[in-house]
Write a protein that binds this ligand. Structure first.
Ligand code: DON
Length: 571
């Protein structure tokens, strides 16, 4: 396989050329899984999609070209990602969608995983009360009941095309294979031992020799599972053979998901979290994700203050202090709203958020130990998809298996990876999860409860109520702070979509009491923050954000994050 790098003003493309001559798949047969380009940024006239894989982005664009709307594209892209981006694309995980339709409807869909009925509060503690994080993070016991397939069927009520049309590209990709990128080859190689340890059979991800760029990944068992979904609908996953295979996999080890858990899984349609920021309307995801509340708190804590420039010491300090306070609230107050009363109204109110910043000191860091959750009297892999269609519908979806390749348990005979989302519960008060997030009673494990998420699919409408920004990102606890910075970059600093996504990011989450920064963060700002008492640590990439910015002339400026194989497509 040869690689050609094309650089142009708005588009960085890497074209994979393969000797393969297998059939070209997908809607209209225009998606070629062996010859494809990574397009980082492009402005389209009518419709566009940005997501973690160029093949999946092309599937989405093809579906819209044949008349499908943003919901059709979202379903097709999700199924395709479950095949071509197994680290996070999934049918064995869950996610959230916010959308705004051309008819003015705002939709928030919660298809987060749930704790199996046999789950209980201390299930990850040993007899001495010590957390066993290997059990909440890997293998069968780490999996919640998957929500993705039910979520996609729920989305389908807003779509135009048949499910069988939308799932077929994924079936073809699984059955005939596709050329993997260097990044995918490296991560599959890195996961080999973990897959072997946590799965009962050798899955399609295991090879005798190392994977390399351009190799074809074929997933026959996954193709059969997708065909059952195509032919039997949602029941093709939650009942019958697929459900039996999931339960059989559970019984090979310590898993507890039952046939009833699967049959009883339900999607929740929530009331979207809607707030205004300087005349724009921002639509976010309410609990069971903390994402919308945190993004709202962060934006509101900025709204009345002067931001003197991009990542200046003053602006950065202000944003960091807001982040510290928002994450303290998350740990105390947020959990599945069907099990825990989340004081959303207070947490997002102007008065409360002004009060929250009263102890902000512009000359020095506020130690996190001095910050508690506010007083209220009122009782590293996920993936994001941003889509706008030619009709004006916008869809923003974040979906995940939690960790990269989830639990690393591939369901024998069904070919898909199960999530390890149970780790997003607070396994014990004061014990951080894999992203360092703390939690307590609000997010304790209970049967059928949804574990608290940070996923923040977001849509911004402009002053005329027209779609302006569609965005979201993976990144665990860094998700709301990445979305926050992306919104500030565009709304306050007027950046184009590409700059808004690619600028270095920073992150504070209350505990650990430190500011994490990406490579490239301003040296001068770092120096000044350190002088004020902030501990600064450089870390790996923060987020893989996908942005569509709708320009005043209606064009769709679409950008995929430089931090991965993320790509845009459209027309
Ligand atoms: O729902 C959440 O907040 C986490 N399970 C998300 C995990 C994630 O973003 C990993 N990606 N880097």
């Amino acid at each position: 396989m040869k690689k050609i790098i094309i650089l142009s003003f708005l588009c960085v493309a890497k074209i994979f050329v393969s000797a393969q001559t297998k059939p070209i798949i997908g809607a209209g047969k225009e998606v070629d899984p062996y010859h494809y380009a990574i397009v980082k940024s492009q402005t389209f006239n009518k419709a566009s999609v940005a997501c973690a894989s160029p093949i999946a982005a092309n599937v989405g664009a093809a579906i819209m070209k044949q008349g499908g709307n943003a919901f059709d594209a979202a379903i097709a892209v999700n199924f395709a990602l479950a095949v071509v981006y197994p680290g996070a694309g999934n049918i064995g995980g869950g996610g959230f969608m916010v959308a705004k339709t051309t008819t003015g409807k705002t939709i928030a869909l919660d298809y987060r995983e749930t704790a199996p009925a046999k789950a209980f509060r201390d299930m990850y503690l040993d007899s001495n009360g010590k957390p066993q994080l290997n059990l909440s993070q890997y293998g069968r016991l780490s999996s919640g009941v998957p929500g993705t397939v039910a979520g996609l069927f729920s989305m389908h009520q807003h779509a135009k095309l048949l499910i069988k049309t939308l799932i077929q590209p994924a079936i073809d990709l699984a059955e005939n294979g596709f050329a993997i990128s260097a990044r995918e080859a490296n991560s599959l190689n890195a996961m080999r031992e973990s897959f072997l340890k946590n799965s009962s059979t050798r899955s399609a991800f295991i090879k005798d020799v190392k994977w390399k760029e351009g190799d074809t990944l074929i997933q026959k068992e996954l193709a059969e599972t997708l065909k059952r979904i195509r032919d039997l609908g949602q029941k093709g996953f939650y009942e019958g053979k697929t459900a039996e295979l999931i339960v059989a996999e559970m019984q090979k080890g310590n898993g507890i998901i039952s046939l009833n858990d699967l049959k009883n899984y339900t999607v929740k349609e929530r009331t979207a979290l809607v707030f205004t920021y300087k005349g724009n309307t921002i639509i976010g995801m309410p609990p069971s994700s903390s994402g919308g509340i945190i993004v709202c708190q962060l934006m509101k804590m900025m709204e009345k203050r002067y931001l003197d420039g991009f990542q200046t010491p003053r602006t950065t300090q202000l944003m960091v202090e807001a982040e510290r306070r928002a994450y303290a609230d998350r740990a105390e107050y947020m959990g599945d709203p069907d099990f825990w009363k989340v004081p959303i109204k207070t947490l997002t109110s102007d008065t409360y958020l002004q009060q929250r910043m009263l102890d902000f000191d512009s000359t020095k860091a506020t130690p996190s130990k001095n910050i508690k959750a506010g007083m209220i009297k009122e009782s590293e892999e996920t993936t994001h998809i941003s889509i706008i269609d030619q009709y004006g519908n916008v869809v923003s979806i974040t979906t995940t298996l939690n960790n990269s390749y989830g639990s690393r348990t591939v369901v024998a005979g069904a070919g898909f990876i199960l999530n390890d989302e149970m780790d997003d519960f607070s396994v014990k008060p004061g014990v951080p999860n894999m992203y360092g997030a703390l939690g307590g009673e609000a997010n304790a494990i209970q049967p059928n409860k949804r574990m608290l998420s940070a996923m923040s699919p977001t849509i911004v409408l402009d002053k005329n109520n027209k779609p302006f920004i569609v965005t979201g990102t993976p990144g665990g606890t860094t998700i709301p702070t990445s979305v926050f910075q992306t919104l500030i970059n565009i709304i306050e600093f007027n950046m184009n979509a590409t700059d808004a996504v690619n600028q270095p990011k920073f992150h504070h989450q209350w505990f650990p009491d430190e500011v994490a920064i990406e490579k490239g963060f301003s040296v001068e700002t770092r120096k000044q923050l350190e002088a004020m008492g902030y501990k600064i640590v450089e870390r790996s990439a923060i987020g893989r954000t996908e942005v569509i910015k709708i320009l005043p002339n209606g064009k769709r400026e679409t950008a995929a994050d430089k931090r991965g194989d993320d790509s845009v497509a459209g027309f």
